[in-house]
Unconditional design. Structure first.
Length: 291
């Protein structure tokens, strides 16, 4: 029974990790930005969904919509107020901009964490399930909400695949990730493409944050762990590699689930971080990465 429970829970958490990390790797692949405020944006979505849906009492769906909207705004603020000013600054040497962006987004993530702690609570909260009830899977009672959130996550990832591979704007995103200079020479505005990819990122992070909050709960203290898990996934899979991110998400998700069930929930993130160190030493380009 325990093995089946681990398989079910591991699949759900891995799918949510994949959804959140896809946005993380997408903005790196297209614009070259590693956003270390990622966990903060996911927690914003979950906390707002909890506050609107539960504390105010407007219900889980209104709460989820509010969380998604606020996360999208927060993502655009991150880009417009943190990332873009640094990238366009003449005071910052070009070869140091990536380091400045890393540092700025890390500090922005800390500010988000402290603001959430002040505005809401330090204690973990649970977002109201979108669907109530349980179902038996091979003798294991499983919340229907858990199955639902995994299905939603895969549906969103499928929609993202269609967007990137079957639309004109998606092909521009791919071109920007391969040769942005050539895209500029063809007359396309990179600023518009970067803004669009940050909109996609905000939506992905918001959906993942709300769903994760209804599955594992959330709180201001979750910010570093979620950022660390996403960073581990994209480095393990290969920076900028979507397929690598999907594979790595399931590796990390199942490692964390096994640790939580067999060792201690408080240590669930430790083995994945150890794996990250090993990968950096043994294969710094990740599973499917090129750079």
């Amino acid at each position: 029974m325990l093995a089946i429970q681990i398989l079910i829970d591991g699949f759900a958490i891995s799918t949510l990790y994949a959804l959140g990390a896809l946005g993380f790797t997408l903005i790196f692949g297209v614009s070259g930005v590693l956003n270390l405020a990622h966990g903060g944006l996911m927690v914003i979505a979950a906390m707002i969904a909890w506050y609107v849906g539960t504390s105010i009492g407007l219900g889980p769906y209104v709460g989820a919509a509010a969380g998604l909207a606020v996360c999208l705004v927060a993502a655009l603020v991150t880009y417009g107020g943190i990332v873009r000013p640094i990238e366009n600054s003449r005071a910052v040497p070009a070869h140091e901009r990536e380091l400045f962006v890393l540092t700025a987004t890390l500090l922005w993530g800390v500010m988000i964490q402290e603001a959430l702690s002040y505005a809401f609570t330090n204690s973990p909260i649970t977002v109201q399930p979108l669907i109530a009830g349980t179902v038996s899977i091979l003798g294991v009672r499983t919340p229907i909400n858990e199955i639902f959130i995994a299905a939603v996550a895969w549906a969103v990832m499928g929609a993202l695949w269609l967007l990137v591979n079957r639309t004109r704007i998606g092909r521009r995103l791919l071109a920007a990730s391969i040769n942005p200079r050539a895209l500029t020479l063809l007359g396309f505005e990179l600023d518009q493409i970067y803004l669009f990819v940050w909109v996609i990122y905000g939506l992905l992070a918001g959906i993942a944050g709300v769903l994760l909050g209804s599955f594992l709960g959330s709180g201001s203290g979750y910010v570093p762990g979620l950022t660390g898990s996403a960073f581990t996934i994209v480095v393990l899979g290969g920076l900028g590699s979507v397929s690598g991110t999907l594979i790595a998400a399931y590796i990390v998700g199942y490692i964390e689930t096994l640790t939580a069930y067999l060792v201690s929930p408080s240590l669930r993130e430790v083995p994945a971080l150890i794996l990250l160190v090993v990968v950096i030493y043994m294969r710094p380009q990740g599973l499917l990465g090129r750079r």
